[in-house]
Design a protein around this ligand. Structure first.
Ligand SMILES: Nc1ncnc2c1ncn2[C@@H]1O[C@H](COP(=O)(O)OP(=O)(O)OP(=O)(O)O)[C@@H](O)[C@H]1O
Length: 301
């Protein structure tokens, strides 16, 4: 079925973000109802993983744009469901980090994000896979995955919980020896954090790979082997300032495919959500595999 860009399906994760009184129907009526050519529908998720099923179903029903209403976890599920269908993903950002939305230049103000959908600009982006499992923004091994796991168990969400959990776990976490293969390069090192960036940031404008181009067919790989306190300060500053690559606190590589073998099982995350533990990892990119709606200011490099 040809994707019809005037048929919009909003997949709404009611637990994302902190505003429980969000009136999505009211917002859509206000911003879209005068565009008589548009047909839109809201489908709320009922459980974790449901957004993937709903997105796939919407694409099969001829919705040309499927909108992830939530944070990067919801974006990951909707994106997964749309792979190979031809339908485009849009984002109405409602998470605490909104890494992909920020990278794509989607406004964080809900009215402005919805208004983009009246005349959508659609471009394909690369899709990452870690051991076959898709990610759209970032994936990673080590401390950031460990923190994602503790965050998921913390009972509350939001940036303050994230910072509290990260500071607590920093006291305890120890790096793991790994062997990394990037093309014909072999690196034996410790891994405190090994991040695979398709987009430039984790979310919240924390730039793990500020030079990442989401359409270049390459992963930006960031390695932090050890994180003593003074380096942690430089990393935190580099993430916020967007100059981590020139700070000397992390090493950077680009690659289409990366293999990692860890001495012991390491946690990994996909788009910020803890996704399991493993000792062997293959991370690869599928170039331009998912059409997405981008913001007006998004620059094609
Ligand atoms: N109805 C639901 N009930 C429980 N969990 C859900 C439901 N719908 C989706 N989820 C899960 O909620 C998780 C969090 O969603 P999401 O990441 O979009 O929001 P967030 O955590 O507020 O945002 P951010 O990742 O930016 O902090 C997702 O991993 C998803 O699987």
């Amino acid at each position: 079925m040809t994707p019809n860009l005037s048929r919009l399906c909003f997949i709404f994760n009611p637990i994302s973000g902190t505003n429980r009184n969000f009136d999505l129907q009211g917002l859509l009526n206000q911003v879209l109802s005068k565009d008589y050519a548009l047909h839109y529908e809201i489908r709320p998720t009922q459980y974790a993983g449901h957004a993937e099923e709903l997105a796939r179903e919407a694409a099969a029903q001829g919705y040309g744009i499927v909108v992830a209403v939530g944070g990067d976890g919801t974006v990951n599920e909707v994106g997964r469901g749309l792979l190979g269908t031809g339908a485009a993903m849009a984002v109405l950002p409602r998470g605490s980090g909104n890494g992909l939305a920020r990278h794509l230049g989607i406004p964080l103000r809900p009215e402005a994000a919805v208004a983009l959908l009246r005349r959508p600009r659609v471009l394909p982006i690369d899709v990452g896979r870690l051991n076959g499992r898709p990610f759209f923004c970032t994936a990673g091994l080590g401390f950031d995955a460990h923190v994602s796991r503790c965050f998921a168990e913390a009972g509350t969400r939001g940036l303050s919980t994230y910072v509290r959990v990260a500071l607590r776990e920093y006291q305890r976490y120890r790096p793991c020896p790994v062997e990394i293969t990037l093309g014909d390069k072999h690196i034996q090192t410790d891994c405190y954090v090994l991040a695979f960036a398709n987009a430039a940031q984790y979310g919240n404008n924390a730039y793990i790979a500020p030079l990442a181009d989401i359409r270049d067919g390459l992963l930006d790989v960031c390695l932090i082997n050890q994180l003593p306190f003074t380096r942690a300060i430089r990393v935190a500053y580099g993430l916020a300032a967007g100059n981590l690559p020139t700070s000397g606190a992390a090493d950077y590589h680009t690659a289409q495919t990366v293999h990692v073998r860890a001495e012991q099982a390491l946690g990994f995350h996909l788009d910020g959500d803890y996704a399991g533990d493993a000792t062997d990892f293959t991370v690869a990119l599928e170039p331009l595999a998912l059409p997405v709606v981008v913001g007006e200011g998004f620059e094609v490099k």
